[in-house]
Design a protein around this ligand. Structure first.
Ligand code: ACO
Length: 372
């Protein structure tokens, strides 16, 4: 047996009461509640409160939580200046990383306390909404604004991005934000925990998370799956493309397979429902039909190996139908994941705090004398 655990595979670094995953049965729950039930019936704010503070909020707690988020929607002047001065083709997630780091630079007097962190959370949720909405505005040729608070987080966000939206779009955005909110401790959340374990501030920890999310092995599958559908081009070309690229080629089917799930990703159900509901233009219908045909072939070929459709297969179709450009998809994932990352930081630092400092086994040269 290896003395090290490459990729920290099967290494447990914390207890969690946040997300339960049964990869064999395809079950996922937040604090005991089924995620699809939450995505269908609840709101981003309620589920965020549940994840962060342990229980669903009563009406007074919800009003206070929403008010605190809404008081923090204004983007600081220096962040607007940074955003305006970044290169036109800057990567959307890179922009979020930059804004979070800039915010961290203002945390001069930060000193860890559980109370301070709890109070900071609504500020961060408000700020990040504004950051991502303005990144989207820049990417779609709009001016930078201070978002206007509407009834709920999803509506405020969509309005801030596009100035208008429909009820179905707001419902889909709300569900997407809930479904991507947490997934135990993937690379990005782990990166945040490493930073938080040094008792660094929450913006620095979030910047670490976003930095890790950026790599192609982690974030980016929703974008990859969508670009795959675009490359296929038409439903009539699916079988030929599949045989050439997947069966006989070396490509992996993006949006298929998962380290944890051996069956369908439970988040898929709701994303697929919204993909079907919101695909109305001929181009959107074309992409949806390509996806469905490709899914059928993928399940037929890989299902027996326990490789099934994951959530990213259909989430990009939903994001596209909401009006987001493809290069925003991973940043939207980042926006939803902020709550989960903050909840893990609070859970870890408050109850199990220990500096994360693994070891490496030295296998380099023995002592050598230094000669000029
Ligand atoms: N297409 C074709 N074959 C696949 C796929 C796929 N999408 N996924 C796994 N396999 C095959 C591998 O080739 C391998 O076959 P072999 O045993 O004959 O060599 C076997 O399944 C096991 O593959 P691993 O890479 O060991 O499985 P792992 O659990 O590490 O991979 C991963 C998980 C990285 C997600 C993989 O399934 C993949 O690359 N999928 C495509 C990218 C993707 O959709 N990523 C999104 C992840 S989900 C999310 O982030 C929400």
């Amino acid at each position: 047996m290896s003395e090290i655990s490459p990729g920290l595979e099967n290494v447990y670094i914390k207890y969690t009461a946040l997300t339960y995953i049964d990869g064999e049965k395809g079950i996922m729950r937040y604090r005991g509640y089924d995620i699809n039930e939450l995505a269908e019936k609840s709101t981003f704010e309620k589920v965020s409160y549940l994840m962060l503070f342990g229980e669903l909020p009563d009406s007074k707690e919800l009003i206070n939580f929403n008010d605190s988020i809404n008081r923090n929607l204004r983007l600081d002047g220096y962040l607007k200046t940074i955003l305006k001065n970044m290169p036109e083709n800057a990567d959307a997630l890179g922009l979020l990383q930059t804004l979070l780091s800039a915010k961290a630079s203002s945390e001069i007097n930060y000193k860890y306390s559980a109370d301070n962190d709890s109070k900071k959370v609504p500020e961060i949720l408000g700020n990040v909404l504004s950051m991502v909405a303005n990144i989207c505005r820049i990417k779609t040729g709009r001016d930078i604004i201070d978002p206007e608070p509407l009834n709920d987080y999803s509506s405020t966000f969509l309005h801030a991005c596009f100035d208008s939206f429909t009820k179905d779009q707001a419902d889909a955005m709300n569900s997407a934000l809930i479904l991507y909110m947490d997934h135990e401790i993937p690379a990005s959340t782990t990166a945040a925990l490493v930073t938080a374990s040094t008792l660094s501030d929450m913006y620095s920890s979030l910047a670490s998370a976003v930095t890790a999310l950026r790599g192609p092995l982690h974030g980016g599958a929703a974008e990859g799956a969508y670009r795959q559908f675009q490359e296929i081009g038409s439903p009539g070309n699916v079988e030929k493309w599949f045989n050439e690229n997947i069966v006989n080629g070396k490509k992996r089917l993006v949006g298929f397979g998962h380290r944890v799930y051996r069956t369908y990703d439970p988040r898929l159900k709701t994303f697929k429902k919204y993909a079907e509901m919101l695909s109305v233009t001929p181009e959107q219908k074309n992409i949806l039909e390509i996806a469905k045909k490709l899914e059928m072939l993928g399940v037929e070929k890989f299902g027996k190996k326990g490789i099934y459709t994951n959530t990213d297969f259909y989430s990009g179709i939903v994001f596209n139908a909401l009006g987001f450009p493809v290069d925003m998809f991973t940043t939207l994932f980042g926006l939803s994941r902020v709550t989960g990352i903050l909840a893990h930081i609070m859970e870890y630092v408050e109850t199990q705090e220990r500096l994360i400092r693994p070891r490496a086994i030295y296998n380099g040269k023995d002592y050598r004398e230094y000669k000029e």
